[in-house]
Design a protein. Structure first.
Length: 408
């Protein structure tokens, strides 16, 4: 068994492994360079080095919807390509098989524990500053909350790598269940092709099924757990080459008489055109949502401003509400850097408005409240509309809030 599998030249796997390791490296690095991570203590999100706050939730939502549509479009055409070429779980499903043969079950399990511990620390770093947490551990401190989190995920990852393995993909993975819903007979799958004259030259050696780490027999229609890894194609190429016949196992798009092997480029394009109507809506939505997300990310607000009447201070001061008013001006720095903000009141007659302070220094995410007192110097009955405006000195960020003052 080992010698048979060892003879297979896994050409496709080399490209796939490069894709998997690249994605894994990005997942490990992302929280430490703020490529993508949540920061729960400050209720913010880092995305491509940009810090988003709760007020920017709509941007993250648009990006999330865009990613979902991209996955749906890819799955509709290529099946579970995300599982085989991107997902770290599938990478470790394959690696643990080789570790079992090389180090034995005990050695493989020990290696899984070490990797799981590191993976759990990386996951924790997606929700808080991982570098600060690492500094705490290196200084001898053991924060209870993060430690329990890391130990819990270490246990889960160890079980997934050492025992559950492909069962996670078959039973627990939501993407796998989604794929079973959206795929159909035209979605890319494996198929044995006969030579001209309807000659069936499959050697029925079973090497393609033996090499599959997901336990799929590509010669049968039951392929819902296929992750498009391509190992079976390399196995078939080995046997077919030894028999001096073309490889009969191929990835195929379409079904029945319309089934076209991927290597048949001329007919493949005709078949893809037949699938195009099903892809039009997801692709259009992907372009629209992606464009909207990029626009919203570039034009997101850098400062937030809210003005509200402070009834408690008005009553405590004994001021007649009809002629005087006290308002609370709330400012939040939504930028990536600290900034000095300047406040302005526009639209009221001269000397009617008095700000507690007109300049305020705020760090990223910091909130401050400034009291605004409105006292008319002359009784002009009516509704007086005015605007409170804030401008960042260094960033140039601006926000305004329209409100009214009524004189009876």
């Amino acid at each position: 068994m080992k010698s048979r599998l060892g003879k297979v030249q896994t050409v496709i796997r080399r490209y796939r492994r490069a894709s998997q390791l690249t994605v894994l490296a990005l997942l490990i690095v992302s929280p430490f360079v703020n490529l993508f991570r949540f920061d729960l203590p400050s209720m913010s999100l880092y995305l491509f080095g940009t810090r988003l706050w709760v007020k920017h939730t709509f941007v993250f939502f648009m990006l999330l919807v865009t990613v979902i549509y991209v996955i749906i479009a890819a799955s509709l055409l290529f099946g579970r390509v995300f599982c085989g070429w991107v997902c770290p779980q599938n990478l470790f499903n394959e690696l643990t098989r080789s570790w079992d043969r090389r180090f034995g079950r005990a050695g493989s399990t020990l290696l899984s524990v070490v990797i799981s511990l590191f993976g759990a620390f990386v996951v924790r770093s997606y929700f808080s500053d991982g570098r600060a947490l690492l500094a705490q551990y290196l200084s001898g401190q053991v924060p209870p909350g993060p430690t329990v989190f890391i130990l819990g995920f270490t246990l889960f990852f160890t079980m997934a790598m050492a025992w559950w393995r492909t069962s996670v993909c078959r039973v627990a993975c939501p993407y796998g269940h989604l794929q079973s819903i959206i795929s159909n007979a035209d979605t890319m799958h494996l198929q044995v092709f006969n030579l001209p004259g309807n000659r069936d030259i499959c050697a029925t050696c079973g090497l393609c099924a033996e090499i599959c780490h997901m336990g799929v027999d590509p010669r049968t229609p039951e392929q819902k757990h296929c992750v498009v890894c391509g190992d079976c194609l390399d196995a078939c190429a080995l046997v077919s080459g030894a028999r001096k016949v073309p490889r009969v196992l191929n990835f195929t798009i379409g079904s029945g008489d319309r089934a076209v092997a991927l290597r048949d480029r001329g007919r493949l394009w005709q078949n893809v055109r037949q699938l195009a109507p099903r892809l039009v809506l997801p692709l259009i939505l992907t372009v629209i949502l992606g464009s909207l997300s990029a626009y919203m990310l570039a034009h997101r607000p850098r400062v937030d401003l809210v003005v509200a009447k402070n009834h408690r201070q008005v009553l405590a001061a004994g001021s007649p509400i009809s002629s005087g008013n006290v308002m609370a001006v709330s400012i939040i720095n939504l930028g990536n850097e600290g900034d000095r903000f300047h406040l302005y009141v526009e639209g009221l007659p001269d000397n009617w408005a008095a700000l507690e302070r007109s300049e305020i220094e705020l760090e990223p995410g910091e909130r401050a409240s400034v009291t605004l007192r409105v006292h008319p110097t002359e009784r002009i009955v009516g509704t007086h509309r005015f605007t409170v405006r804030v401008v960042g000195e260094r960033s140039g960020a601006e926000a305004s809030f329209d409100t009214v003052h009524v004189v009876y």
